[in-house]
Design a protein around this ligand. Structure first.
Ligand SMILES: *Cc1c(COP(=O)(O)O)cnc(C)c1O
Length: 358
């Protein structure tokens, strides 16, 4: 299938914001987007790069009522050599197809979507900010488009990719976050959709997030839904605990989003000779470790921030400060190494980084 390209007239293009301070996250989008449709007769068809535009949807469109959709999040980087770099994007597209299977949506042709993604990023490469920590965010999305009320899988789908510049998560260096342990709300249950990147998970998390923020905390730490005991994730990130000489993160039991950054951190720590355990850690064990000093670092991992150090945990009315409340050495080393790898400045023994403009 050939990808058709319909370009915006250069005279009508948007001004490109590159000032890292003004960028923020998820607010600005480039001039073009990729689109492709699915119907049962033709399968995926008409792949095209077209001017960025609003979608005209029938008010009965199924995704708006029943949430049948899946998305992804990844980044393109301006390399230290001026090149355009992607990081593990094939893993994101494989995860998108796993989400599609869980939501009973047709899988995407991975080769075609890889090609589309690279074409779109290269067409929009002037939008990739060059400042440290900044990148171009890439958001693929697949939505159910039948205009129909009634709960069943849609027959028709739209897949699209939008891209836009995003600022550094830490414009003034790391800013360790304070997190609130939710023992009232849960994010996901075994057998549910917690391991799929699908809209409903995020809608379901908003009330807990709002209540945590109203109390002055940055993020919610989610516990397992059955016993409200074992640590699962933090906000929309995976979470790691440095306990003595070991690093512990929650196992992938179906309630946790299998983060690409999570996997990168695990592989990197192992390469550095550390012991990494994917095993359940209870909130009580974590707090005991913080209190007696065995738990020296806690950090979240995800594409947006890469590494997000945790300053303190609030649980059942008490605050527990991790170490001296500043960014730990391991968090800093992981962030620096992954970032430098993403911009092609650090050797990549894993084969994660791809320069796409040569
Ligand atoms: C996207 C996401 C993550 C992080 O995944 P990455 O692939 O590392 O960006 C973690 N948890 C949730 C709930 C997410 O949606």
């Amino acid at each position: 299938m050939d990808i058709r390209i319909d370009q915006v007239d250069p005279a009508n293009r948007k001004p490109i914001e590159k000032d890292p301070v003004k960028l923020g996250f998820g607010r600005t989008f480039s001039d073009h987007m990729f689109e492709m449709n699915y119907n049962p007769d033709q399968g995926w068809h008409d792949p095209r790069i077209v001017p960025y535009h609003t979608l005209a949807l029938d008010p009965a469109t199924m995704v708006l009522h029943y949430g049948q959709e899946a998305f992804e999040g990844m980044k393109a980087y301006h390399g230290s050599d001026g090149g355009v770099y992607l990081f593990r994007y094939k893993d994101n597209l494989a995860r998108l197809n796993r989400s599609c299977r869980r939501l009973v949506m047709p899988e995407l042709p991975e080769d075609l979507v890889q090609e589309a993604l690279k074409k779109l990023v290269l067409l929009e490469k002037a939008w990739i900010p060059e400042s440290p920590g900044c990148a171009m965010y890439i958001r693929p999305n697949i939505i159910a488009t039948d205009p129909f009320l009634g709960v069943r899988p849609s027959n028709n789908y739209l897949f699209y990719i939008i891209v836009g510049p995003v600022g550094a998560y830490y414009a003034e260096g790391f800013n360790p976050v304070s997190i609130f342990v939710s023992d009232e709300y849960v994010r996901a249950v075994r057998g549910g959709v917690g391991d799929a990147k699908t809209a409903g998970n995020y809608a379901a998390s908003l009330l807990a997030q709002k209540e945590a923020q109203d109390k002055g905390f940055t993020q919610v730490l989610w516990l397992d839904a059955i016993e409200r005991k074992y640590i699962e994730e933090v906000g929309t990130m995976n979470i790691f605990f440095k306990m003595g000489d070991e690093v512990i993160t929650s196992p992938l039991t179906g309630t946790i989003l299998p983060g690409v950054t999570r996997d990168s951190v695990i592989q990197m720590l192992k390469k550095w000779g550390l012991t990494v355990k994917e095993q359940q850690l209870s909130i009580d064990e974590a707090i005991a470790g913080i209190k007696d000093g065995t738990c020296t670092e806690i950090f979240g991992s995800g594409t947006a921030a890469i590494i997000s150090p945790v300053k303190s945990i609030h649980y059942k009315g008490s605050d527990y400060q991790v170490g001296d409340g500043t960014t730990g050495a391991l968090s800093q080393r992981l962030y620096d190494t992954i970032w430098n790898m993403q911009i092609g400045q650090e050797p990549d023994p894993f084969g994660w980084v791809e320069r796409i403009d040569t």
